[in-house]
Structure formats: structure tokens, C-alpha cells
Design a binder for this molecule. Structure first.
Ligand code: SIN
Length: 530
């Protein structure tokens, strides 16, 4: 058993920011299941929404966030994240992060602010179209060789150790975590009174996603198994524009492109967003994604098109270099051709329920970033609000967890018991179950839902759950098997939450209850393992 003052699971903006701060106060284990840089943050293109311009105001950003959230945002969370944002951005810049600038009207340099759907002002700080990658790089550079941080790459968290499960007569608390070292195949016990989940979201639960392979909902699944309260999992955001190409896996075409004037066209080259919303291509994401879905269903076409060819080629190459190069590598020149796009699962708006210090309902367990549900996003996240939330909540959790720390209590933590150790000789079954979950979630629990489809998904997931549990007990654990176990748990949570919300609100749209029903459902959905 190894002991640390703080254990952080996950290495995106929230986990790395927290780890760097906490390392000033004690020893930190940073557990990450692949390389440190393999995170959703590194894939974020658009940027960070933050009030930094004189033409903007906190009140406007708060209003836009509340409108997108469709009545379910926690106003205190919204105000806190938005008003504390500028200070946290300044901290990131101090660490070396550079955002794009431009010449202002009076010849001075100023931040070049982007615009995205649902924002009433230009307020998205960015670095070209690779903002997340630059943030990740900045933070990883600071983490590397930090004397107080032990980075455990290729280590996957399995489950938390809690006093309840261990049979201690005290308030149930998280006191550590079992972690699989992929290289040795051994499961280690890590001990700490402060465990911070920053594992990101669960895009991989769907067949089509903009997320990297690591986004398998591990944090939500682990917290749920440990008995923490989970909230609002029915609100999965589908990004309207993922590149549609047989060889391109999960490549996002940033909303910033619509912010710079990109328009959506149907298969016959006709603009259609004006039939759906007065803000057209810059309507909130749920509306744009549903409009594209409707257009594709209506016309039977496999994709729609994003056209930005009316902008100068030089501008496109310098503002969107990564999108330009990637599309070109697939034979699409965005300066002369419209880009084929489809909606894809992008962001988990619910998660492990926390307060505004990242504290979950399980003592000692904190959750920050996409894995958490603070109430900022409500029923639909405003574009580019999430990197900001990651920064603000990492700081608040750091303040909370380092204030008045008590001496560590001695617990007798049991070693991991591997059960009947066998190699997974049936890898094909694991891959089959992965595919089945992702396809059924796409077909039955996607952008447009019905009771019948949700029930069908629930029944299939129950069977898959039983089968995967059997593997888990009988076979030697591997990263693939652990991810599959988490995937089926998270898929079931999404379906259970969706079944219980008998209305349409924000990202949850069902043909059986197409209207919003404030009288019954102006509240978050919570779920807890009993
Ligand atoms: C994008 O660049 O379109 C993604 C921004 C976000 O999801 O916040």
C-alpha cells in the first residue's frame, strides 16, 4: 500500500490544475489510465468562455448560461464559475498559457475573442483551433518532474475503498482506491483521505463521439458503485458538427467555425437553420443538433455540410490550422469545399453530484471537471463553459481540501483479491459487448428518444450488465474489461435518468413528451445505488 496526502484520478484541465496546487501542500498521486496527455481537454478546440472584454459583462454571460441550461442550472454555481473565471484564467496565463491576440482598432494588442452558439458576445479565449492541447501542454510541463507529484501513467482506477465497505462503524468515507498497473497486471492499493475524481466524461458510450478513447465514464461508474449521488445523466450533449468521413475517427469541426460565419447546408446545398431558430447556426447546441438530425431523417442523407468557403483562405488556414490540415488529409479543402458533418456525442452535462467545492455526498471523495455535476450546465451546457468550470472548481476544491487538514487515521486496508485468476481468453466477447452497448445507445438513447426505445435499451443493458459482471468476477482484470464494466454502468445510469424524465427539456428530447413540464420536472434527476 502506498500513502499520499492527495490522490487525483484523471489528467485533464481539472485534475492537472488541482494536482499542481495541492502539491504545494503535500504529496500527490496523479493516476491516469493512459499517457498524461490523453484527455478530453487535449482535444478541446473552441476555447474557454470568460468575461474579459469591456463590451461584455458577468450578467450577460450568466444569462446566456441560464438560457442554455433550460431552467435546471444552479444559479449560484453559474455566478461562481463565471465571476471567478477571470482570476483563474490569469493563473493559467502565469503558468505560460498563451491565448491568441489581435490588433485592436486603436492599434493595441488585445485578446482575439471567438463566438459560439448561445453566446450573446464574443468571449471565447482560444489558441487557434487547438486551445485544449495548448492548455494540456502548459499544465503537463509543470507537472513533469514535480518533486511532490507521483505520476502513475497506464494505471487505471478500479474501485474506491470506503469505510462502509470495510465494515468500520463511522460515517461512510472514501479512504483510498484500488488501481490496476497495466504493465504488471497487478492491482495496487493507494491510501489517502482526499481522493479527487477528474476523469472526464463518457462519450465512448455512444457509437459516434467527438471524444478520445479514454472517455468511458469511469469516474461516474466508480462513484455510483461507492454509493455517491449521481445527477442529471440524461443530459448528454451532442455536438452538431463532427467530421463525416469513413477514415476520420471522432474529429470535431469546432463551433467556432460557425462563430466565424460558417453556414449549414443540406444535401442539396440549401441553408436550413433559418427554419429552426432565429439565431440560425448559432442557436444553442441542442437545437442545432436536433435540426441536423431532422434534416438527415427528412432527406435520408448521411450527413449535412458546413460551408465556410466565403471566408478568405488565408484567414481559414491561420484561424483553423488543425481543422484545415485534418480535412485536407481526408481530401476536403475547407477553403473551397463544404465539410460533410454529423452530430456526435460530445459532453456529459450531469455526473457525480457535488457542491461548489467539488465535495460529493461521500466523505473524502471530490469530483471536478466533466465528471462532476455542479449545476453549472443544467439541461444543456453553453459552449466553452467547461474548461472554465474545470479551472474554477479545481481551485475551489484545492482550497477546501487543504484548509484544516486532520491527521490521517490508520486503517487496515485489505489487499486486492484477484479471485480466480485467468487470462481473458474471450477478448472477442469484450469487444462484442463494447460494440453492442455503443450501438444500442446511439440507436435508442440518442438525440431523439421515446419511451419504447428507452425501455428496449434498459432491458438489453440489464442482460449485458449481468454478463459483464460475470467476466469481472471470473477473469483477470484488464483495462478493457474495467472500461467495459464502467461503460455498461454509465449507459444504464443515462437510461434510468432518461426514463424518469417524462418531458422534453434541453438535451433530453422525447417524442412521447415533447413539451417542457415545469410543474413536475423543474428539478434535477438524482440517482444513488441502494
Ligand atoms: C467546439 O470547439 O465546438 C467545442 C467547444 C465546446 O464543446 O465547448
Amino acid at each position: 500500500m502506498r500513502e499520499f496526502d492527495f490522490i487525483v484520478i484523471g489528467s485533464g484541465i481539472a485534475g492537472l490544475s488541482y494536482a499542481l496546487k495541492a502539491a504545494e501542500k503535500g504529496s500527490v498521486a496523479l493516476v491516469t489510465k493512459r499517457r498524461t496527455v490523453d484527455s478530453n481537454t487535449a482535444w478541446a478546440q473552441g476555447g474557454v468562455a470568460c468575461v474579459v472584454s469591456e463590451e461584455d459583462s458577468f450578467d450577460l454571460h450568466i444569462r446566456d448560461t441560464l438560457v442554455a441550461g433550460a431552467g435546471l442550472c444552479n444559479e449560484e454555481a453559474v455566478r461562481t464559475v463565471i465571476t471567478e473565471g477571470p482570476e483563474r484564467i490569469a493563473g493559467l496565463v502565469e503558468l505560460g498559457m498563451q491565448f491568441d491576440e489581435r490588433d485592436s482598432a486603436n492599434g493595441e494588442r488585445e485578446l482575439d475573442l471567438g463566438k459560439e452558439g448561445g453566446h450573446s458576445k464574443r468571449r471565447v479565449l482560444h489558441f487557434q483551433d487547438t486551445t485544449g492541447f495548448e492548455i494540456e501542454r502548459t499544465l503537463v510541463e509543470r507537472i513533469a518532474d514535480h518533486p511532490a507529484i507521483t505520476v502513475l501513467e497506464n494505471h487505471m482506477a478500479v474501485d474506491f475503498l470506503t469505510t462502509g465497505k470495510l465494515g468500520y462503524a463511522m460515517q461512510d468515507s472514501c479512504v483510498g482506491v484500488y488501481v490496476l498497473d497495466e504493465a504488471s497486471g497487478l492491482v495496487e492499493t493507494l491510501r489517502s483521505d482526499t481522493v479527487v475524481l477528474a476523469t472526464g466524461g463518457c462519450g465512448k458510450v455512444y457509437l459516434y463521439t467527438t471524444n478520445p478513447d479514454v472517455a468511458t465514464g469511469d469516474g461516474v461508474a466508480m462513484a455510483w458503485r461507492a454509493g455517491a449521488v449521481i445527477a442529471n445523466m440524461e443530459f448528454i450533449q451532442f455536438h452538431p458538427t463532427c467530421l463525416f468521413h469513413s477514415k476520420a475517427k471522432s474529429f470535431l469541426i469546432s463551433e467556432a467555425m460557425r462563430g466565424e460565419g460558417g453556414i449549414l447546408l443540406d444535401a442539396k446545398g440549401r441553408r436550413f437553420m433559418e427554419n429552426h431558430h432565429p439565431q440560425k447556426e448559432l442557436a444553442p447546441r441542442d437545437i442545432v443538433a436536433r435540426a441536423i438530425d431532422a434534416e438527415m431523417k427528412r432527406s435520408g442523407s448521411k450527413c449535412v455540410f458546413l460551408d465556410i468557403t466565403h471566408k478568405p483562405a488565408d484567414f481559414l488556414k491561420s484561424r483553423f490550422p488543425s481543422i484545415y490540415e485534418t480535412c485536407l488529409s481526408h481530401g476536403i479543402d475547407i477553403t473551397t469545399q463544404p465539410i460533410p458533418v454529423v452530430p456526435a456525442a460530445h459532453y456529459q452535462c450531469g455526473g457525480v453530484k457535488t457542491d461548489l467545492n467539488g465535495e460529493t455526498s461521500l466523505r473524502g471523495l471530490y469530483a471536478i471537471g466533466e465528471v462532476a455535476s455542479t449545476g453549472l450546465h443544467g439541461a444543456n451546457r453553453l459552449a466553452s463553459n467547461s474548461l472554465l468550470e474545470g479551472l474554477v472548481l479545481a481551485h475551489r476544491a484545492y482550497e477546501k481540501t487543504t484548509r484544516q487538514r486532520k491527521p490521517r487515521i490508520e486503517f487496515n486496508l485489505p489487499e486486492w483479491r484477484p479471485g480466480q485468476v485467468q487470462d481473458v481468453d474471450e477478448l472477442v466477447v469484450i469487444y462484442h459487448n463494447w460494440d453492442e452497448i455503443r450501438r444500442l445507445m446511439w440507436d435508442y438513447v440518442g438525440i431523439v428518444r421515446t419511451d419504447k426505445r428507452l425501455q428496449r435499451a434498459a432491458t438489453r443493458l440489464r442482460n449485458l450488465h449481468a454478463e459483464i459482471q460475470e467476466f469481472y468476477w471470473n477473469f483477470k482484470v484488464s483495462t478493457e474489461l474495467l472500461e467495459l464494466r464502467n461503460l455498461v454502468a454509465v449507459a444504464s445510469l443515462i437510461v434510468d435518468c432518461a426514463i424518469s424524465r417524462k418531458e422534453s427539456r434541453g438535451l433530453h428530447f422525447t417524442l412521447d413528451y415533447p413539451e417542457i413540464d415545469d410543474a413536475k420536472f423543474l428539478r434535477e434527476t438524482t440517482i444513488r445505488r441502494t
